[in-house]
Ligand binder design. Structure first.
Ligand code: NAI
Length: 323
């Protein structure tokens, strides 16, 4: 099935070589303006910062697109109502490597705690002073996991391995997971480290706001590898300035679209909130790379291609996104 592949990075294209589906790779992301590129392609393949809003979907439908194959688990960037209105089917990759994302969350915790970025820069300058590099034992700390789905449950297991007490909150608790389920408020007040692993929905938008930051243990660490919109960045900055929030580790940022996955080193940073975050020594940001392991890319490609094959054969797919 002819597939228009948006936001194509060079490094991921080899995983799709040899597919029976003729794929055209477009480096540009999908928007209402670029949707015309997909004219006469019955399938489009999208990543997290493609904007499949109602306007883009209408333009895709006008060009003959019938299937949206998401190369992601999250689908908050697709207007599902608009897709349904145009009779379009949406498939996703529900699980490709929960380990990749959970391990990256742990990497952010360790790097923030032991100030690895600063320490490495210092050693490169022949400066071997320890001042300012003191961390804390993770063993014995209380970790709050927000969302114990595939990624959150793997993350919880890793943190238990560190010797942490693991609290969690989830509207659908898992019966056999070795965590203590508590309320959102109790998680905020009791955790030394809070890690977000729930989806972005209208209910979870700005889940971490001023009230949540104020309710945290003074000096707590917040990790977000889930979706940027879960955290009100201005509330986080306010907390970081007073020390109420001790550390912030982000792999996602609410306004990351148009910024992450691009080389903007020759241009002036336009986002003043992001610029403020970059000035804070206890903030560590990666550009939506938590998923980025070889195993995850292999799994994303095989599930995506299978979704396209299924849709071509049956008009549906196993990993359907339902409205
Ligand atoms: P999942 O669907 O397996 O688990 C999500 C869990 O969050 C579910 O158990 C759900 O009940 C829970 N949840 C929903 N609303 C909640 C709330 N208000 N409070 C607490 N829990 C709530 O999803 P999975 O695979 O674990 O992924 C989690 C998120 O990670 C995705 O939604 C996606 O946004 C993000 N992600 C980020 C990646 C990255 O590269 N940074 C890569 C893959 C996923």
């Amino acid at each position: 099935m002819r597939t228009a592949f948006f936001s194509a990075r060079r490094d991921e294209q080899p995983f799709y070589q040899g597919s029976s589906h003729p794929i055209t790779f477009f480096e540009t992301s999908l928007s209402a303006a670029t949707a015309k590129l997909a004219t006469d392609y019955p399938a489009v393949c999208l990543f997290v910062n493609d904007n499949a809003n109602a306007e883009a979907i209408a333009a895709l439908a006008a060009g003959g697109t019938k299937f949206i194959a998401l190369r992601s688990a999250g689908f908050n960037h697709v207007d599902l109502q608009a897709a349904a209105h145009h009779g379009m089917v949406v498939g996703r990759v529900p699980a490709y490597s929960p380990y990749a994302v959970a391990e990256h969350a742990v990497a952010l915790i360790l790097a923030l705690n032991r100030k690895l970025v600063r320490a490495n820069a210092r050693v490169h300058e022949n400066n071997f002073l320890l001042d300012g590099l003191m961390g804390f034992d993770i063993h014995g700390r209380t970790v709050g996991v927000v969302g114990t789905g595939q990624i959150g449950s793997v993350f919880a297991g890793i943190m238990r391995g560190f010797g942490c007490r693991v609290l969690a909150t989830d509207p659908f608790p898992q019966a056999n997971l070795a965590v203590e389920y508590v309320s959102w408020q109790d998680l905020l007040t009791s955790s030394d480290i809070i890690s977000l692993h729930c989806p972005l929905t209208p209910q979870t938008y700005h889940l971490v706001d001023d009230a949540a930051v104020d309710a945290m243990k003074p000096g707590a660490m917040l990790i977000n590898t889930s979706r940027g919109g879960l955290v009100d960045a201005l509330a986080a900055i306010r907390g970081l300035k007073t020390g109420q929030l001790g550390y912030l580790g982000l792999d996602v940022y609410e306004e990351e679209a148009g910024m992450f996955f691009a080389d903007l080193s020759g241009s002036v940073l336009q986002d003043d909130v992001f610029a403020r975050l970059l000035t804070l020594p206890n903030v560590l940001i990666t550009g939506h790379q938590a998923f980025y392991t070889r195993q995850a890319l292999e799994n994303i490609a095989s599930t995506t291609l299978q979704n396209i094959t299924d849709f071509e054969a049956t008009g549906s797919c196993t990993h359907l996104v339902k409205l």
